[in-house]
Design a binder for this molecule. Structure first.
Ligand SMILES: Cc1ncc(COP(=O)(O)O)c(C=O)c1O
Length: 450
């Protein structure tokens, strides 16, 4: 049968026998029409950014409950817009943001230069895939190497993907040299995809998803004895966060990190640092490892790298850059033009605005408040720990952090928690002293009322 027999111009039924491609076009047209209809009928259009047209919180909540899978315990607010260190709900109520989207919006919200970089790139080109060379990607990779260590970069879209890449690299390296074991830390957090979850030494994250990778040994953070015991020539690599971000804002000691470096050198194993949360200026250096006299073999990044635009990266030291050969790993979206243009602008802003200096000054300023808080409420606060603008307020055992996070939100202060009894503060890296003053006033009110 020829095409003309089936699809003559005056055959009314021709639209019933579309190719998949034609169906897709029709389907997308129908969606457009539905959206237009919804827009004209509903004054609170979900696709309008006019503040007066924002949806009411209750309506958003209803949609969320009906259509979003129940994987998150949401806080009762939907932010509508942001500026610098502040977030605003749909009624225009201001909140101080001391969480930064979990250590992501490092430059604050709606930074004019980040918007300009995104818009500039959006006008030029969004996406071409990794089949082709990409100027923005190459420039961001060079910038990352300039601020870290000589090596090469693989781009992806999130922290968990960066750690999947690192895991595959450890496995490939191990296979090449006959090394089967990987070491990770108990209470560490590396992500929710399968490999990264296997590396995450937390029962509550892993439960229900076995069988996990069975070549991973977990040791307690800062347990040098266990590190010595577990290491052998059989170790392909060890992965750890310099500060356990989800595991209670728990910093590794210099002794532990340097011992791990030495053991990796002695056993030809890879030292992989997960700086997804600690990287990109959060601790006062570009990367937390820079405080110690070591350089990792592999480092994973995400969060602050895109200032809110999704991007992840793995940096591999030159010595190990040939472990991955063409075809061994990849990503459709990884490092696309938009993400890498924004990532480059984030680094440019950190440089020109001396953001690391601000992190160090503001963290000292914040530390004063936090220590005063601890001495004023010793029955409630056990310890303050962290580095730079990643700070944990450790509550005494039995005091849960979540209700305090909720109380703070009621007072229009956004903070987070890390593990059951640690409050997490991660303000934007551009935070100013007067905003810290206001935030700490609110926090003290909350702690006082406990
Ligand atoms: C240290 C660390 N690694 C990995 C991840 C996972 O990142 P993502 O949620 O972007 O997959 C996180 C997220 O909190 C993290 O803190």
């Amino acid at each position: 049968m020829s095409d003309t027999e089936n699809f003559s111009d005056n055959d009314e039924s021709k639209n019933d026998i579309n190719t998949e491609e034609e169906d897709a076009i029709l389907f997308s047209r129908n969606i457009q029409i539905e959206l237009e209809k919804e827009k004209s009928q509903n004054p609170y259009s979900a696709i309008s950014y006019e503040p007066e047209n924002l949806m009411k919180f209750e309506d958003i909540k209803k949609l969320d409950e009906k259509y979003i899978l129940n994987t998150y315990a949401r806080m009762p607010v939907a932010f509508a817009y942001g500026s610098g260190e502040f977030l605003y709900d749909e009624k225009g109520h201001e909140y101080i943001d001391f969480l930064s989207g979990i250590a992501v919006t490092a430059m604050g919200h709606a930074h004019a230069d980040l918007i300009a970089a995104l818009e500039r790139q959006a006008d030029l080109l969004w996406h071409t895939s990794n089949l082709f060379y990409n100027q923005q990607q190459a420039l961001l990779a060079r910038a990352l190497i300039e601020i870290s260590f000589p090596g090469k970069v693989f781009f992806c879209n999130s922290g968990t993907e960066a750690n999947e890449a690192a895991l595959k690299l450890m496995l490939a390296y191990g296979q090449k040299y006959g090394k089967e074991k990987i070491i990770a830390l108990r209470n560490g957090f590396h992500g929710r995809t399968f490999g990264a979850m296997s590396l995450t030494g937390q029962k509550k994250i892993q439960d229900g998803f076995g069988p996990l990778l069975d070549n991973i040994s977990y040791i307690d953070p800062n347990d040098i004895h266990a590190l010595d015991q577990e290491f052998s020539e059989d170790v392909a690599g060890i992965i750890m966060e310099p500060i356990l971000g989800e595991g209670g804002v728990y910093p590794l000691t210099s002794e532990f990190i340097t011992r791990a470096r030495d053991l990796c050198d002695q056993n030809d194993s890879l030292l992989v640092l997960d700086e997804v949360q600690t990287g990109m200026g959060r601790t006062g250096n570009y990367f937390a490892y820079q405080e110690f006299e070591i350089i990792p073999d592999v480092m994973t990044l995400a969060k602050g790298l895109g200032g809110g635009f999704p991007i992840g990266a793995m940096i591999v030291a030159d010595r190990f850059a040939d472990v991955f050969q063409s075809g061994m790993h990849g990503s459709t979206f990884g490092g696309n033009h938009l993400a890498t243009a924004v990532g480059y602008e984030v680094i440019r802003l950190i440089e020109v605005n001396k953001v690391l200096e601000n992190v160090n000054n503001m963290s000292a300023y914040l530390a004063g408040y936090l220590e005063n808080l601890r001495s004023a409420y010793p029955d409630k606060i056990a310890q303050i720990r962290g580095k730079g603008l990643l700070q944990g307020i450790v509550l005494h055992e039995g005091r849960a952090a979540r209700p305090i996070v909720q109380k703070a939100l009621e007072k229009h202060l956004v903070i987070g928690r890390s593990s059951e009894n640690v409050l997490r503060l991660a303000p934007p890296l551009i935070v100013r002293p007067r905003t810290i003053d206001r935030a700490m006033e609110k926090l003290e009110e909350v702690i006082k009322e406990l």
